[in-house]
Structures are given as structure tokens and as C-alpha cells.
Unconditional design. Structure first.
Length: 148
């Protein structure tokens, strides 16, 4: 997991060959002015989901992991807190290959970190994460899905 400001995202380009395309997309587009939806950047290997999600309490947020994709999550409208548990500490659970997701039900995260607009969180396949924890009823956010 990586937490940092968007100004520093280019420092992480060496972690994945597709990260440079995320940085270029962000330089060329204002996420706050874009309509909600899915934006393909490099086919199924790199795309953006721009969405509004329901704010949740820590008890409502569900831990999840992905095997094939990395998430770069960027809160746009307000603070977003993410629960975090290393995947090696999570129990076995059913994997949905069509959606590349394993959900862990009502299991509480081991720790929490908050990102403000202008920040990002990167979750790799080894990172269990519970997104959308917020006091706000809705959170506008960007989720870049990057092939691991």
C-alpha cells in the first residue's frame, strides 16, 4: 500500500509500467470536471472508474482484495478513509474471477488511513482494503484499475 499526494504520483512510476499512463491521464484531464463512468485508457489493462460511492462507517465497509489489478484510489469530493489488512492476514474467501474481487464480509480492518482530496492510495494484490469510509453521505472518487 502507498499513500501520498498526487504531486508525488510520478515518483511511483517505476512500480508498474502502466503507472506513467495514469500520471499522463491526470495531467491531461480534470477529474472533477469529468462525468461519472468508465474510461478505458489502455484496454482492460488500465481504465478509470469515476464514481460516487455511499459513505460508510468502519463497520459497514467491507475488506476486499484483487488478484489481477492494482487500485489507485483518489478521493475527489472529501476525505475518504480506507481500512487496511495485509492479505496474508485474511482468511480464505471466495474469489469472483469475473470481477477480480474477494470480499471478506464483516471482518474488521486492522488499521485505517485517511486520504484528503489531492491525495491517493495504491492498493496492490497483497493489500486488503475497505474503501469508502466517510462521514459524508456520498464520496465522489476516481479508481484507476491497473493490471498488476
Amino acid at each position: 500500500m502507498v499513500i501520498d499526494t498526487l504531486d508525488n504520483l510520478s515518483n511511483y512510476e517505476s512500480l508498474n509500467p502502466l503507472f506513467a499512463q495514469v500520471v499522463a491521464f491526470l495531467k491531461a484531464n480534470d477529474l472533477n470536471k469529468m462525468e461519472a463512468g468508465k474510461y478505458e485508457i489502455s484496454g482492460k489493462d488500465l481504465f478509470l472508474n469515476l464514481t460516487t460511492a455511499k459513505g460508510k462507517t468502519p463497520d459497514e465497509a467491507v475488506l476486499e482484495t484483487h488478484r489481477l489489478m492494482i487500485d489507485i484510489q483518489i478521493p475527489l469530493s472529501g476525505d475518504e478513509t480506507y481500512g487496511y489488512t495485509p492479505a496474508c492476514n485474511l482468511p480464505d474467501a471466495d474469489y469472483n474471477a469475473d470481477k477480480d474481487i474477494t470480499k471478506f464480509g464483516s471482518l474488521a480492518a486492522e488499521s485505517y488511513v485517511t486520504c484528503h482530496p489531492g491525495m491517493f492510495a495504491i492498493f496492490f494484490p497483497q493489500d486488503g482494503h475497505a474503501p469508502c469510509v466517510s462521514l459524508e453521505p456520498e464520496i465522489k472518487k476516481a479508481i484507476f484499475k491497473v493490471k498488476a
